[in-house]
Design a protein around this ligand. Structure first.
Ligand code: IMP
Length: 431
């Protein structure tokens, strides 16, 4: 039985982590986000009501669970306050269970501007970012000029840091981008007003998690984005600006790596990607349209249509290695219900040479063509099925093959958007 579990996306994000985190939160005492920011978008459906969070840990829908925005997250206070207000309106927010790390960096208005303007300048070479200022905020963190949530608690320090940053940022914005710069007073006043609202939640969250662990509480570490968007291990440069893999959980929440018991990877039964970058199993034309419509494959954050394609076993095997996955959650199986034939990528080919190892080089990956095996579709509705053995035989065979190819056992299969559209094989918190 595991106490501390990390959940990560095994593909390019949008694997349906929000729902799985929401389900596992029932067994957890604390839910921690450890990287990324409001580039994420978790959709959770509870009692037919749809919630989309970008920054809040998905566990916030459970009143008695502690939710932590950890050290490695970048926080846009505007978004945070919006999400708090939505929860307040629904009577879900009690003001006690949200904890924000003092060390988490703030996303500032100039970060958003830089993100969008840079993408525009890049033209065809663009990454396809979410435009939320994530990259520029992490850049400032690495450049050691970032402003952190804890700085909001000291007006003088905040103003000083802001002033130093604006001198440099305005120089770039005015002289390189030829745009109007930012006024210190405007940012200062708006951030101080927001600080008043969120100050009670800003604290040493590493200590909070440490204490909870010593009290034998169960902790769920909720990853955002996916393995292939990891800044080191993803399809660089078409990645996000944080480490999205399981190794980031201890660093981004301020605990020792030996405290994590299990890593669970979430994968769709097929593949999607938003933004630019290589995607060997991508589909085009009518086939793509059908899968996109059927799976509702539009970005939760930007509304962009997602690129869609077949399951890529090389990518999942790679994710299993990089994250040390103990279990796989396969989502959206039901989206494949009406397909006569399904394909699974089992290798890549380039100039007559075949490989079964996922290449880490984006340029190289772009050159490969996939080698597929074809599976027969089950052509039955799976949405109400609760037991693996009740799945159509062909669907069982498909899942067994994905397990075999990835080398990781499936512990849950999601067969619909609602919380209970789920086949639970093994709950890592209880077994
Ligand atoms: P950024 O994180 O906004 O800088 O975007 C970098 C890349 O990561 C782009 O391709 C985005 O589409 C992608 N990305 C960022 N967050 C998510 C996510 O939560 N799901 C899927 N893709 C994401």
């Amino acid at each position: 039985m595991a106490k501390n579990i990390v959940i990560v996306g095994a593909q390019w994000g949008d694997e349906g982590k929000g729902k799985i985190v929401d389900i596992l939160t029932k067994n957890a005492d604390v839910v921690v986000r450890f990287q990324g920011g409001n580039n994420a978008g978790h959709t959770v459906i509870v009692n037919e009501e749809k919630f989309v969070f970008h920054l809040m840990p998905s566990g916030i829908l459970h009143k008695n669970k502690d939710c932590v925005i950890g050290d490695g997250v970048v926080v846009d206070p505007v978004v945070l306050i919006n999400e708090i207000e939505v929860l307040e309106e629904k009577g879900i927010f009690n003001g006690k269970n949200l904890h924000i790390s003092k060390k988490a960096h703030l996303i500032m208005p100039y970060h958003r501007r830089l993100d969008v303007s840079r993408e525009r300048l890049k033209g065809k070479e663009k990454i396809g970012t979410t435009g939320r200022g994530i990259g520029p905020a992490y850049e400032d963190k690495a450049a050691r000029i970032g402003i952190r949530c804890g700085d909001l608690l000291d007006e003088t320090l905040f103003r000083e840091k802001l002033k130093r940053n604006l001198t440099e940022k305005n120089h770039y914005i005015q002289n390189v981008l030829h745009q109007v710069g930012f006024e210190i007073h405007e940012i200062y006043h708006s951030y101080m007003a927001m600080a008043e609202k969120i100050a009670p939640f800003i604290k040493d969250t590493s200590e909070l998690i440490y204490t909870a662990m010593n009290e034998k509480k169960k902790i769920l570490f909720e990853g955002a984005q996916g393995t292939l968007l990891d800044i080191d291990h993803g399809t660089y440069p078409y990645v996000t600006s944080s480490n999205t893999t399981a190794g980031a959980a201890p660093v981004g929440s301020g605990i020792g790596p030996s405290r994590i018991d299990k890593a669970i990877g979430i994968t769709k039964a097929y593949t999607t990607r938003v933004g630019e970058g290589p995607f060997p199993t991508e589909l085009g034309g009518k086939e793509a349209e059908r899968l996109r419509e059927h799976g509702g494959e539009y970005g939760a954050t930007t509304g962009r249509p997602r690129r869609v394609g077949w399951f890529d076993a090389l990518a999942i095997r790679y994710a299993a290695r990089i994250n040390g996955l103990d279990g796989l959650v396969i989502t959206k199986l039901d989206v494949l219900d009406n397909l006569k034939k399904l394909k699974v990528c089992i290798g890549y080919k380039y100039k007559g040479k075949k490989t079964t190892t996922f290449p880490t080089d984006a340029q190289q990956l772009d050159k490969y063509t996939p080698v597929y095996e074809v599976h027969e579709g089950w052509l039955e509705d799976t949405t109400k099925i609760k037991k693996f053995e009740k799945l159509p035989k062909k669907a069982q065979k498909y899942i067994r093959r994905l397990e075999e190819l990835s080398g990781v056992p499936a512990i849950m299969i999601s067969v619909g958007a609602a919380r209970d559209d789920l086949i639970l094989i093994k709950n890592p918190f209880t077994r």
